[in-house]
Design a protein around this ligand. Structure first.
Ligand SMILES: Nc1ncnc2c1ncn2[C@@H]1O[C@H](COP(=O)(O)OP(=O)(O)OP(=O)(O)O)[C@@H](O)[C@H]1O
Length: 390
């Protein structure tokens, strides 16, 4: 299944988690809903559960806000009356295929939390239940995603020290998953959440005018966790389908060569570049343009990969294993978009104040075309970039 190209829609409430006193006040203001479920209603046309804020999901959970929406369902912030904590509940669409996918996600989440001795950096499942034909997955409530943060800062990059912290934790999460023989397949800034919503505002060097200082928001804590295990693959399953959201999709997936653990590391490479520059590295919606962008940034693709491409991908190449570019481009804008991109090392050094050769070297290791030559998560964690504190 091809993940959606478009960025997720805006979060509805990203830094407005009410305090528990506020939740109590909220509780008192809507006394009639306490202890009861609302009357049964039809789902909407897409199979989403229909709700009103302030009512109960089940008598245990009070719905406070909608925090997200994805292909599989809606994520609601709820107050758990029994444990007295905020939780995020994914209320899955009632269609059979989503219910089925949700059961696999629950299996993965249980696996992740069962083996989690100390902070796996993957969201923790609390429990799950089936309510009015909707699978509901109750998880710890986390803060905004790294993408939410980039957007809030008008796509200005994160400081390199934060990129290092995020990168290390992201790789720890991926290494943990791979040790459990699980492949995430949909790593992207939207699926990396800060644990806390707290942030500080710091002045930037840029000024609009003499008196107007520009600010940007930085998270108070750099702790992050991975979410969205709805596309996670087990090591022994068939790995030929198209996976990953377009911008983060590895070349072996596009070429139909089959994919494995290394596809997650490619996505990590793309994510780290995005955190450093503020913008997605490969902003494209189309295979040939995507491959041309990869070659522009990283150099030519190895010939054996081109020769192994499946029948639908081999049409992107001329005889002699060269990409059919720019001849095959769909428009002039497309050619311009590819030409606009820099080589990886220039791209990184353009955004960082001074040369960061260790980061560039790490990125080249993560963005190797040949999956077997790509760094593994554990190798990447050993890279000098994570030791370099200057
Ligand atoms: N534990 C959580 N705490 C806070 N917010 C969350 C949590 N889990 C999910 N969200 C929010 O809900 C959104 C949708 O969640 P998720 O990505 O799991 O849904 P999905 O339907 O599987 O999405 P996709 O279409 O990407 O597969 C996330 O982008 C995030 O903003």
């Amino acid at each position: 299944m091809e993940s959606t190209h478009a960025r997720k829609r805006l979060r509805l409430a990203w830094d407005v988690a009410p305090s528990s006193r506020e939740a109590d006040r909220f509780e008192a203001a809507v006394p009639t809903t306490r202890g009861a479920s609302p009357p049964w209603r039809e789902d909407d046309r897409e199979g989403h559960y229909v709700f009103d804020l302030g009512e109960n999901l089940t008598p245990r959970y009070k719905i406070l806000s909608k925090i997200g929406e994805g292909t599989f369902g809606r994520v609601l912030e709820c107050w758990d009356r029994e444990v007295r904590e905020y939780v995020a509940i994914k209320v899955v669409r009632s269609l059979r295929k989503y219910r089925h996918a949700a059961m696999i996600e629950i299996d993965v989440l249980n696996n992740l939390s069962k083996n989690d001795s100390e902070g796996s950096r993957c969201v923790q499942i609390r429990r799950w239940f089936d309510y009015r034909n909707h699978i509901c997955i109750v998880c710890e409530k986390l803060g905004p995603s790294l993408y939410d943060f980039l957007r809030k800062n008008k796509y200005s990059p994160f400081p390199v020290e934060l990129v290092r912290e995020f990168g290390r934790q992201l790789l720890e999460a991926v290494a943990y998953m791979h040790d459990l023989r699980l492949i995430h397949t949909d790593l992207k800034p939207e699926n990396i959440l800060l644990v806390s919503s707290e942030f500080i505002k710091v002045p930037t060097c840029k000024r609009y005018s003499q008196d107007e200082i520009q600010f940007r928001c930085l998270p108070k804590s750099s702790a992050i966790k991975l979410i969205d295990f709805g596309s996670t693959a087990f090591e022994n399953h068939d790995h030929n389908s198209i996976v990953s959201t377009r911008h983060y999709r590895a070349p072996e997936i596009i070429l139909g060569l089959g994919w494995h653990y290394p596809c997650d590391l490619w996505s990590v490479g793309c994510i780290l570049v995005e955190l450093c520059t503020g913008e997605a590295l490969f902003q494209t919606h189309e295979n040939l343009e995507h491959l041309a962008m990869m070659e522009r940034v990283l150099g030519p693709m190895p010939e054996h990969m081109v020769r192994g491409a499946n029948s639908s991908a081999s049409k992107y190449f001329k005889r002699g294993a060269h990409l059919n570019w720019p001849e095959g481009a769909l428009s002039r804008e497309s050619i311009r978009a590819v030409r606009k991109l820099d080589r990886l090392k220039d791209l990184v050094s353009r955004y960082l104040e001074y040369s960061r050769s260790s980061l560039t070297d790490l990125l080249y290791g993560l963005l190797r075309f040949e999956p077997t030559e790509r760094l593994t998560a554990r190798e990447a964690l050993d890279h000098p970039f994570f030791k370099d504190q200057t």
